[in-house]
Ligand binder design. Structure first.
Ligand SMILES: [Zn+2]
Length: 288
């Protein structure tokens, strides 16, 4: 990406270097979270309550700062943080325009940079869960170490691969603003099987991919040759089939929650091409 001259968002909260006391282990991890969410789909319980029952959420003690690094804006001379803030700005402009067309203001999310572990309104999370969006506090949480993992473990390097990851989480924020996340959660609670709940999750995730593409469409003046391919490679690399092949050696489509590599690439491409969120209705699509 060619980001010189690209403004940076002031909605980045830098919590790197802050330590959370009294922890045990490294948080609940990706699988634990998925299990808890799956239980809550069926029981209708508040996932936070379940996490508490399972002893996975520590007391929400106020974070004390060991080093004298206040939470706030990232330092000016940090290129990684600056890039994140520039992409976030791009998403603010893109969604600002989309919402304005509908006569609504776009409520910008805050992006929290952290390392190691972080407290959110959705519970205590470790970097192992990967980047995530918490609807309860409307914040995106990102440990930039994930970008290294994306490049090295998933074989998807490049700045637009990173931009795609950020824009996907912003996509979840947009779904939250539109009330879609709540609707899907309600439907999942009524789902008759785990597969039906998973199918809803896949549709929500693929829509977030398509929304990431909508951002890319708006910001195309900052894209360089090869950028789109970087994004598509990243979308494919974190497809459920690719991750399952890597971690367990085979794929089990009935347990997918985010969609296959092909699906993710298709919906990201759809948003990139159309620049129109109306074209991202994965819930009505007969084929994903
Ligand atoms: Zn997602």
């Amino acid at each position: 990406m060619r980001m010189e001259g690209r403004e940076a968002s002031d909605q980045v909260e830098d919590r790197r270097g802050m330590r959370i006391p009294g922890g045990r282990g490294t948080g609940f991890g990706c699988i634990g979270l998925i299990v808890v969410l799956a239980i809550s789909y069926f029981t209708g319980a508040d996932p936070r309550q379940l996490l508490g029952l399972l002893g996975l959420v520590e007391q929400m003690a106020p974070a004390t700062v060991e080093q004298q690094v206040p939470a706030g804006q990232p330092p000016q001379d940090d290129p990684q943080a600056r890039f994140v803030a520039q992409v976030l700005k791009g998403t603010e402009e893109a969604w600002g325009q989309v919402f304005a067309r509908g006569g609504n203001p776009y409520e910008k999310p805050v992006l929290v940079l952290f390392d190691g572990r972080v407290e959110s309104a959705c519970g205590l999370a470790s970097a192992a869960v990967g980047p995530f969006y918490c609807p309860a506090d409307r914040k995106l949480y990102l440990d930039t170490a994930f970008f290294r993992e994306l490049s090295q473990r998933f074989g998807a390097p490049g700045d637009f691969a990173q931009a795609y990851v950020i824009a996907h989480e912003v996509g979840h924020h947009v779904q939250n603003l539109l009330g879609l996340s709540d609707q899907v959660t309600a439907l999942q609670q009524r789902a008759r099987s785990q597969e039906e709940a998973n199918d809803l999750s896949i549709r929500l995730e693929l829509q977030a991919d398509c929304f990431a593409g909508v951002y890319g469409h708006f910001d195309q003046q900052y894209l360089e040759e090869g950028d789109v391919e970087e994004g598509l490679r990243a979308a494919a690399a974190i497809g459920d089939d690719m991750i399952q092949k890597q971690t367990q050696g085979y794929t089990a489509p009935e347990s997918w929650t985010h969609g296959s590599a092909d699906m993710r690439v298709r919906w990201l491409r759809q948003g990139l091409r159309s620049g129109d969120p109306a074209s991202c209705d994965t819930f009505k699509a007969p084929q994903l």
